[in-house]
Design a protein around this ligand. Sequence first.
Ligand code: TMP
Length: 207
Amino acid sequence: MSLFITFEGGEGSGKSSALRLIDERLREEGYQTVLTREPGGTPIAEAIRNVILDKGNVAMDPRTEALLYAASRRQHLVEKVWPALKEGKIVLCDRYLDSSLAYQGGARGLGIDNILNVNSFATEGTFPDLTLLFDIEPELGLARIAKNANREVNRLDLEKIDFHRGVRKTFHEIAARYPERFVIIDASQPLEKVVEDSYKAIKARLK
Ligand code: TMP
């Protein structure tokens, strides 16, 4: 049974670490999974990622940024996500469309509906079956990043705290707009508990 699951949240929510553990657990149980991320996940999409996140690209216009995310998303869907879903796999994707709605639509102020329009062209209407929102206070998330030596700081991490508050607020608005596919996970909990809560939500969809 194919399932498209996305993991969303602000900076330092721990979603990428949780995602790896959830993937391992699903595989141990015999599920066929594809673990991937946005922006990126294929060579062309990773090249676009490098342009978007380059700390030197301070002149990037917000609409250019939104279009590049959508372009990277499209390429990733075509090369990786759609083929995997067609083969009946579970796709676990670190960020997707909702990140664009929260970051570009909300925090950058481009508007959720404008970003939905651009993305409906890019995705041809592909929404996730399940979206886990790793919810955390931005202050706590950013403090976690500062402590994590393995995590490279990118252009968006460098935004001011109000930007990250805007991201969180918009994620909550989107979750309220699509309650049938969103599950909010308290990401301030210890990693094991975050993984447990996420796993339960996923298993509920696999029944
Ligand atoms: P990452 O740190 O989770 O790999 O994500 C890279 C950054 O890109 C992160 O700051 C969130 C941001 N982002 C957007 O602003 N819009 C998007 O559509 C996506 C997928 C990510």
